[in-house]
Write a protein that binds this ligand. Structure first.
Ligand SMILES: [Zn+2]
Length: 393
């Protein structure tokens, strides 16, 4: 991976984030986009939109008359974590907090698990979990207490956090271990692709590439940022097609192995995706990453392509296989003390590099979006001709 790309990726992975508390990811991404003169703005929901400078500019881009579909790349900036709600009333030293969990989590070996805390200024401290209660279905954490390592003198509600490991991110060979690869790797891929698309002065002088990046908030609690964006109605277009591309880090499964390449995501836990756009992506992957990509329904979780599908937009997905999904130690490894207990997520640098190749390929002009099955149909017709005489003996 290009050193500049690796730096950006490590920078993003080193930021604290939680559902509704994506401020540091927004700051990091905005800074990089600003430096490179890439247009961006925030929508009313607080999502970061890349490829336009304002609502009016965005609507102009959606309204352009073109047969080239606008590629709307979607990734989310949050990761499961907790919000602090109050200092425990009995506690004068401000060393114990009540916290509410948002999103998925391990449900075993939680007592004494290390957590980080942050606020809008950055990292704020660390502590351990105790008195954890699960939601009724027992699938994730409902609430807990956090015992701080060092008391803090801040309003409880300014603090949020997640599971802590030896560092926010570290590298071992080609694997990156981190508190949260889901979905900061997707955020990285969109920012890196945007830098490339809008990067050169020459490009800026020409017409803008058919690229929109939608970096969303609070995906982990039901695609809240994406749905909030779709509800604005801005994406309704009469003059040009659009295709939504969800970029995710998704739970590794048989046939979607960490290190074997990015996954052409045929669907998620809720639905399969758009077959025409998937055909374009499938053929592209065969062409640009022969033998170095994977392809399957990633039904270990749902993603924003489902939200886009629910709103009637053609959607596809690309996944980077993810170890220890949502910090659950399914695959174990460093800093995972107990199977299925808290563990750092991990991803492979080759899979991420492959994801960038696929994103770039999807931006090629004149891809057969309008008739993705043309070549396949020709092959089927040829086969039919070969068998005609058996049909009519
Ligand atoms: Zn995710």
């Amino acid at each position: 991976m290009h050193p500049q790309h690796l730096n950006l990726l490590l920078d993003l992975l080193a930021q604290p984030t939680a559902p509704f508390r994506e401020e540091h990811i927004i700051a990091c991404a905005s800074h990089v986009l600003e430096q490179a003169n890439v247009p961006y703005f925030s929508d009313p929901v607080g999502n970061l939109i890349i490829g336009a400078t304002s609502r009016a500019h965005y609507l102009r881009r959606i309204g352009e008359k073109s047969t080239e579909p606008l590629r709307v790349f979607i990734a989310h900036m949050d990761h499961p974590g907790f919000h602090c709600v109050e200092w425990l009333s009995s506690d004068r030293s401000r060393g114990r907090l009540k916290v509410l969990w948002h999103g998925g989590a391990p449900v075993k070996h939680l007592a004494g698990a290390a957590v980080w805390l942050a606020d809008r200024h950055g990292w704020a401290g660390s502590g351990t979990l105790r008195k954890v209660t699960l939601i009724a279905s027992k699938r994730t954490i409902h609430s807990a207490e956090v015992l701080l390592d060092t008391p803090l003198n801040t309003p409880a509600t300014s603090l949020y956090g997640g599971f802590q490991f030896r560092a926010p991110v570290w590298r071992r060979g080609k694997k990156l271990y981190t508190k949260a690869a889901d979905d900061l790797v997707g955020v990285f891929a969109i920012v890196a692709t945007a830098l490339e698309m809008f990067g050169t002065a020459k490009r800026r002088a020409a017409s803008a590439p058919p690229f929109i990046g939608l970096l969303t908030r609070a995906e982990e609690v039901g695609f809240v940022g994406a749905v909030g964006h779709f509800e604005l109605g801005w994406l309704s277009t009469k003059h040009r097609p659009i295709v939504c591309v969800s970029l995710e880090a998704s739970r590794t499964l048989p046939g979607a192995i960490v290190g074997k390449g990015p996954v052409v995501r045929l669907g998620d836990r809720r639905t399969v995706f758009n077959p025409d756009a998937l055909k374009v992506l499938t053929d592209l992957a065969e062409h640009v990453l022969p033998g170095k990509h994977q392809r399957r329904v990633m039904d270990g979780g749902a993603c924003e392509a489902t939200a886009a599908t629910a709103y009637g937009f053609p959607a596809i997905g690309i996944s980077v296989p993810l170890g220890n999904y949502h910090n659950q130690g399914f695959e174990g490894g460093p800093d995972c003390a107990h199977t299925e207990g808290p563990a750092p997520e991990f991803v492979h640098l080759d899979d991420i590099a492959g994801e960038l190749v696929l994103c770039r390929a999807l931006m090629q002009s004149n891809l057969p979006w309008g008739d993705a099955w043309h070549k396949q149909r020709q092959a089927l017709q040829k086969n039919l001709r070969g068998y005609r005489k058996l049909l009519n003996p």
